[in-house]
Design a protein around this ligand. Structure first.
Ligand code: NAI
Length: 690
């Protein structure tokens, strides 16, 4: 049997093997769902087929095609939820899921609707929906607790974590593990077919729907989880709805529970928060795609980090976590030693928090060396430089690296503001020089702007992106330009906040309003963390006339109010860690004396649209390749609220026309040339797509 475009079918005796073929991960888009259902229907109608093995080429399935939920196809027939899973339940022919690679989300739900499951030891199984603000909707919340018990089901669904084949076997999620899942499934098929035909019962094959969640404490456990989730403001709607569906699983008959799950799932799928979450997921995945084939990338197994300060330490931790043997370099032994000690202490902290095993700590420590001098970079695949933010210092370092590092070594700079092309120019191999702009703390923050210099070779760029991914980062490619993508856009947000203070608003009010809107931290709190001296010095060094918008920020810095590090900035910091607004800032402007009342909506609109306005220029200048990249940067590096998707997604939701009109208004009201209309923005009308 040849099968259809997305499903391959062949027979082994009286067993039909149905293989999903929708590379790379067999997302269950509508065409695949159609072909799969047709294959199952044909098998059921054929009396010579005694059992069906459902499998996938490469991977079993990574689940739903998220993009379909925005096009409307996601909930179109045949749905995975009711139609396919329901059909599997109704079939007399036993079905066995043979799982290789990933069975995630809808993929695992498909497997759960089969009569039995066999997985490879290193396959990954899980229901990650809630991590995207979403919930399982194809029976996962009903069948999983029946398979593995309510406690384990609560854990898997609420954390979204996945398990490997062995763990899946021990929790009862699969019936067997095997290195040849197809052969094992065929053998199991024969057994199931024999017992089905021997039974008088027409539907004698095992079905999870026929089991009940027979645990005395099931209801209480779900209720306790629900109460604690409802109290936690960081818990998203997906988790809450999944819990409501799990509650249905333990209190209602199977079909009623299934209907409840689908109802919750459908209404959640249509909510803006879930739409933003899907967009973010797809954007983050698209951000790591570079147009160079993987074959030309250099795998990095040894690296050197130059500069053992704040950033160098964090970068080293991220490299060690990725299994890269790392040498950390500084100019004197004391600095090197204190960095190595700090890294060891951080690994120890991870062990005590249960994030790392003792063995992993030992392995990572064994992979770490600290040395004085750049000779430590002689025999590595990549060097990441994180020395002082001083062009001459960096130029000296790169000139030396040029004579020390072997040919082909990736030479990356973590500069946040210097011109990468000038740094590359210090070497005779600018094709190997690239930017890796990490965010602090570099072992935690996910974003890395991978900066493509004027001469960076495509293979260098691709290798750097691959390295960043291995370090579990989200790499976004940026072209060279002041502030790359993120700092350039965020700077306009900070500037707008400063303009509002100049117009008479209290900094703490601006912070409060933007935090209530969802920014991780208000702009003045951010400035106190960065240190008010840092942007002040940069402004003083910049050529051209002074920008009046920064007048108060300059005055704050001139008074030595540098922020947290000096105990006083826009806020005062007490020894016990508490803070309160620095009332003396009020003497630097005219609090409350603006000639018009400014409401909270204006604060949000001006600060957020300032990012949109700057993003338009960033996109027009092709510093960022797509609006999805801009949004990925702002959400993952700058605390932009995830539920709003990113500034560009926010603007598209608001409507670009409305955004443009608002900008015209702020240009008129504030006489600030920044709000000059953007023709690029005016020509936008579509929803952003990753
Ligand atoms: P830091 O001052 O904590 O550390 C710099 C280290 O480099 C010091 O230990 C210094 O001794 C060492 N160093 C200086 N010259 C050296 C040389 N020739 N050879 C070897 N080591 C040398 O600075 P931080 O904050 O870690 O920043 C480092 C770089 O990372 C800068 O380029 C900065 O712009 C960038 N960056 C910093 C961020 C932050 O939040 N701190 C965020 C993103 C980028």
């Amino acid at each position: 049997m040849a099968g259809s475009a997305r499903v391959d079918q062949h027979r082994e005796g009286d067993v039909l093997i149905v293989t999903m073929v929708n590379p790379p991960v067999n997302t269950l888009g509508r065409p695949l769902r159609r072909d799969l259902l047709a294959a199952l229907e044909n098998a059921e109608a054929d009396p010579t087929i005694k059992a069906v093995v459902v499998t996938g080429r490469g991977n079993f399935s990574a689940g739903a095609d998220l993009a379909e939920f925005d096009s409307g196809e996601g909930l179109a027939e045949p749905t995975l939820h009711l139609t396919i899973a329901g059909y599997l339940d109704s079939m007399k022919t036993p079905t066995i899921a043979a799982i290789t690679g990933v069975a995630l989300g809808g993929g695992l739900e498909l497997a759960l609707a089969c009569s039995a499951r066999i997985a490879e030891r290193d396959s990954r199984l899980g229901l990650p929906e809630t991590t995207l603000g979403f919930m399982p909707g194809a029976g996962g919340t009903q069948r999983l607790p029946r398979a593995i018990g309510i406690e384990a089901a609560l854990d898997l669904i609420m954390t979204g974590r996945s398990v490997d084949g062995s763990q899946a076997l021990s929790m009862g999620l699969v019936d067997a593990i095997d290195s040849d899942v197809i052969a094992a499934a065929i053998a199991m098929a024969a057994r199931l077919a024999a017992s089905a035909s021997a039974s008088a019962n027409a539907n004698a094959k095992p079905r999870l729907r026929d089991d009940a969640v027979e645990e005395p404490l099931a209801e209480a456990l779900v209720e306790a989880a629900r109460r604690s989730a409802a109290r936690n403001p960081r818990v998203n709607a997906g988790v809450l709805d999944a819990l409501a569906a799990l509650s249905a699983a333990v209190t209602l008959p199977f079909d009623k529970g299934l209907a409840r799950e689908f109802e919750l799932f459908r209404s959640l799928a249509l909510q803006p928060e879930a739409r933003a979450a899907r967009y973010r997921f797809l954007s983050e995945r698209a951000a790591g795609r570079v147009p160079t084939p993987d074959e030309s990338t250099t795998p990095v197994s040894r690296a050197a980090v130059v500069g053992a300060g704040t950033m160098g330490r964090g970068i080293t931790l991220a490299l060690l976590g990725a299994g890269v043997v790392t040498t950390i370099i500084d100019t004197d032994l004391e600095r090197v030693d204190s960095a190595v000690a700090a890294i060891a202490a951080e690994l120890e902290r991870s062990v005590s928090k249960g994030r790392l095993s003792g063995r992993q700590r030992d392995e990572q420590l064994a992979s770490l060396t600290g040395v004085v001098g750049l000779d430590g970079a002689a025999d590595v695949d990549a060097v990441i430089e994180a020395v002082f933010e001083d062009l001459q210092v960096k130029i000296d370092v790169f000139a030396q690296l040029d004579s020390i590092a072997r040919p082909g070594t990736i030479l990356a700079s973590n500069t946040s503001s210097l011109d990468l092309n000038l740094i590359a120019g210090a070497t005779k191999r600018p094709e190997s020089v690239v930017g890796m702009h990490f965010f602090s703390p570099a072992n935690i923050m996910k974003l890395v702007e991978v900066v493509n210099g004027a001469h960076t070779a495509p293979a260098t760029l691709a290798s750097t992106v691959a390295l960043a991914k291995r370090m579990k980062k989200i790499p976004v490619v940026a072209e060279v330009g002041p502030g790359f993508i993120g700092n350039r856009i965020f700077d306009q947000y900070l500037r707008q906040a400063n303009s509002l203070v100049l117009e008479g608003l209290e900094p703490s009010r601006v912070d409060r309003v933007l935090e209530a809107w969802g920014m991780a931290m208000g702009p003045f709190r951010v400035l106190d963390v960065i240190g008010n001296d840092v942007p002040w010095m940069a402004r003083r060094a910049a050529p051209g006339a002074k920008d009046p918008a920064w007048a108060i920020a300059d005055a704050v810095a001139e008074r030595g109010w540098f922020g947290r590090k000096s105990g006083i900035g826009w806020y005062r910091y007490a020894a016990d860690g508490s803070s309160s607004p620095n009332s003396e800032v009020g003497s630097l402007y005219s609090p409350g004396r603006g000639d018009r009342a400014i409401d909270d909506a204006e604060i949000v609109e001006r600060c957020v649209l300032a990012m949109v306005r700057e993003a338009a220029d960033v996109l027009e200048a092709a510093i960022a390749a797509s609006s999805a990249d801009v949004d990925t940067v702002m959400v993952n590096g700058y605390g932009f609220p995830a539920r709003h998707g990113g500034p560009w997604f926010f603007a598209s939701d608001l409507g670009f026309d409305r955004a443009n009109r608002a900008m015209v208004k702020w240009a008129r009201v504030t006489s600030d040339p920044f709000w000059e209309p953007s023709t690029f923005l005016r020509s936008r009308e579509d929803r952003p797509t990753p």
